[in-house]
Ligand binder design. Sequence first.
Ligand SMILES: [Zn+2]
Length: 164
Amino acid sequence: MPVYILDSAGLFRISLINSEIMFTTNEAVNEVVNENEKLIVNSYIKNSKLKVLEPQKDVLKLALNIIGANPKLAEADISIMALALQLGEKYDVTVITDDYELQNALALNNIKCKGIKTIGIKKIIQWTYRCTGCGRYFKRPFEICPYCGSKVRRKPRKIKDKTG
Ligand SMILES: [Zn+2]
């Protein structure tokens, strides 16, 4: 069954999304601050067209691990990633988001996503992490190098065309 998971950008334009089953998280709903948009989102929640779910704690942890030390992704993004992982076990999930960083993280984990403003990203960037002190490369993000304690910076490693 195809389901859509909406982040705040998706919630802002919920009336454009034509789907029977839509999910979001409390964190994403909390990012909707405009009164009019709030009213619209709440009406979808009332009609049960939009279901607000809290991702399970263990899945949230997993999402946090996947996203790692990416300061560009907020708590709401992590909750959306977690919900996508959780519902992905049962449903054919597509995340609606305009956030480039989140789209990239989702694509790397084989979770489908669609942009509202954009048509989705065309390229997937894979990141590598390099210590600014000793120069070691890491596959996982670290804030601080475990060898020398210097700052670790993110660098694009490989750019490949997105399939599908
Ligand atoms: Zn180092």
